[in-house]
Design a binder for this molecule. Structure first.
Ligand code: FMN
Length: 214
């Protein structure tokens, strides 16, 4: 598929086919798209946690998701939580050093750059919002890569983030001191012939969306 075709094919999925599973290599391709997404300062402040275990998906749906999102999570092949790092950890020397020393070897330059980054981040009004912006870009890459593989997706903000954090820390290496949940994605197959699975595409007019200054 071309990127244009993937953009047109992608629609929010309302009802998943619980009998169909995403192949491991396709899930890896989707995750890789998120890993390669651009991010401010190259800091890579997000991760994804993927739940494919059926019982855990059901528990997650019931305890974490709101309303109609519950069924989507139960029936989708994979539930993916996009998580981001907490402001305190983001601005810590430990975290910044780990990121910066990947391409800065010289100790003085490393120290100066680290201080510059700390100053830049300290000026940001809301570091949760800064991390959330990166998570939404990761999400775009992931959902488009899924579309390219003809795998449906739903981006969901309708969930209880605190309960999500708790459940993740119970079931995987998720440190609530350092990480928080930002978005939940459902990924899976659906009946493309059933019109109820997606919403009609409604968008504002091109000229309302875009101003082109010549
Ligand atoms: C940040 C964000 C949060 C969303 N939260 C939900 C949600 O909780 N449940 C849901 O069914 N759709 C959710 N959506 C999907 C939107 O409703 C959907 O993208 C929009 O109506 C346009 O439809 P389309 O994606 O089919 O083009 C969310 C989308 C975004 C970008």
């Amino acid at each position: 598929m071309t990127v244009k075709n993937a953009i047109n094919w992608r629609k929010t999925i309302k009802k998943y086919d619980s009998t169909k599973t995403i192949k491991d290599n396709d899930l890896s391709t989707i995750i890789e798209a998120g890993r390669l997404a651009p991010c401010s300062l190259g800091l890579e402040v997000t991760n994804v946690v993927n739940i494919i275990n059926k019982e855990l998906k059901t528990k997650f749906a019931e305890e974490v998701m709101y309303g109609l999102n519950q069924e989507k999570v139960k029936n989708a092949s994979c539930v993916m939580v996009v998580v981001g790092i907490n402001p305190e950890y983001l601005t810590s020397t430990e975290f910044l050093k780990k990121r910066l020393e990947r391409n800065i070897v010289e100790p003085d330059i490393l120290k100066n750059t680290l201080e510059k980054y700390q100053t830049f981040l300290a000026q940001k009004e809301n570091l949760f919002a800064f991390v959330s912006e990166q998570a939404h870009i990761v999400t775009s890459f992931i959902t488009l890569q899924a579309a390219d593989l003809k795998i449906g997706s739903t981006i969901m903000g309708g969930f209880n983030a605190e309960k999500c954090n708790e459940l993740l820390s119970e079931h995987c290496d998720f440190d609530e001191e350092r990480l928080h949940s930002i978005l939940v994605l459902a990924l899976g197959y659906y009946d493309e012939k059933d019109e109820q699975t997606t919403l009609p595409r409604i968008r504002i007019d091109f000229n309302e969306f875009a101003k082109i200054i010549k």
